[in-house]
Design a protein around this ligand. Structure first.
Ligand SMILES: O=C(O)CCC(=O)C(=O)O
Ligand SMILES: [Fe+2]
Length: 366
């Protein structure tokens, strides 16, 4: 299986006029796709600038029912998002040998290539990308530009500016989620675990490029997955492709691509923090015949050594923690074993009815 994934780094998407066998996607159960902005299936919009009680109640409902929404009124300049997109296109248009020099694998957890979960599938996805830790842009991209130079500087400056804006926005969105859970500003500002999460959360960035595809129905840009982290911001081109799974009846809902609107997706570890209250949304990216699409997943998670467990405030009176304490790396090991089965990794963390109360985590504050 390794060789097929290494081949992805040199695959020339634009040179083919049909989807080759290596990329024909047959591995996932499929659900119907509902068109954008279809009644109850229109992806909800959250306006960050609206701090009223009503708005917070609406966020609660969206986080529980959808696990994803479009964020507006966030203050990140559209002009910056445009520059980020330009820089990603420049990076991924570099000659194959340069990108391969920065391939992930071996000692390199980060770098150019397929996302880590692609290794669980025998077929390749219709995309290329680059994953890195947002705090290490300058050292990471010396792998592409060993001698530095103007292009390197421009790329790093734009990515760092984006990281600064998104990290700050991450804190605001986290505070909004804390409010939904019923925490006061004073509580959050105190020295407790909520404050610790806010101060230490780390960001990983994944740059995705989805080339035009001659037979989009036979390929997938990014296969269905949940993000393992707390939550993710997506920055996307004005080309739709991101889809969220809505349950009962199961269906894919396309997230509209609107200038400046940032999709936000709840990840597995926030599902744990909220004791299962916020929905960790299954999502995927599809491709199209006419236009390439670029996206950035800005993934916000805990530092590696943080022990994550349901917050006390999220454990309703009379109930107990539904998940065991876990660190992000421990969770990734569980996920690896069960990737084929949606949601199975979280089931491993679930506390069973007959487990002795005394041994259980009763919330993250204890
Ligand atoms: O391209 C997109 O819209 C989704 C990207 C994504 O889900 C990811 O990188 O984890
Ligand atoms: Fe994702």
């Amino acid at each position: 299986m390794a060789s097929i994934h290494n081949a992805a780094t040199t695959f020339d998407f634009l040179a083919v006029n049909c989807v080759p066998e290596s990329h024909v996607w047959t591995e996932q159960k499929d659900y119907p796709v509902v068109p954008e902005s279809a009644g109850n299936d229109a992806v909800p919009v959250v306006d960050m600038a609206d701090g009223t009680e009503g708005a917070i109640a609406a966020v609660a409902q969206v986080a529980e029912e959808w696990g994803g929404f479009l964020l507006v009124g966030h203050g990140v300049p559209i002009e910056l998002l445009v520059r980020v997109e330009e820089q990603i296109k420049c990076l991924l248009a570099r000659p194959a040998p340069e990108k391969e020099r920065a391939a992930r694998g071996g000692d390199f957890k980060n770098g150019y290539g397929v996302p880590p979960y692609a290794l669980y599938f025998s077929k390749l996805m219709w995309s290329e990308g680059y994953t890195f830790s947002a705090a290490n842009v300058r050292s990471e991209f010396r792998r592409i530009w060993p001698d530095g130079g103007d292009e390197y500087m421009r790329f790093c400056d734009v990515m760092e500016e984006f990281h600064k804006e998104m990290r700050a926005l991450g804190e605001k969105v986290l505070d909004m989620f804390y409010k939904v859970l019923g925490l006061s500003a004073d509580h959050i500002a105190g020295g407790g675990v909520e404050r610790q999460i806010r101060d230490t959360m780390t960001a990983t960035m994944r740059l995705n490029m989805y080339p035009k595809c001659p037979e989009p129905e036979r390929a997938i840009g990014l296969a269905a997955h949940t993000d393992s982290v707390f939550f993710t911001f997506i920055m996307q081109s004005l080309v739709p492709g991101l889809q969220l799974l809505r349950r009962g009846p199961d269906r894919w809902v396309t997230v509209p691509a609107q200038p400046g609107a940032l999709p936000v997706l709840i990840g597995d570890l926030f599902h744990v923090l909220t004791n299962g209250r916020f929905h960790n949304v299954l999502h995927r990216a599809v491709v199209n015949q006419d236009r390439e699409r670029v996206s950035v997943a800005y993934l916000i998670g805990p530092p590696k050594d943080m022990k994550v467990a349901p917050l006390d405030v999220a454990i309703r009176q009379g109930s107990k923690a539904a998940f065991r304490i876990v660190t992000w790396p421990e969770y990734m090991v569980a996920r690896e074993k069960t990737f084929w089965n949606d949601g199975e990794a979280l089931k491993i963390l679930r506390v069973t009815e007959d487990e002795g109360d005394a041994e259980l985590a009763q919330g993250m504050n204890k």
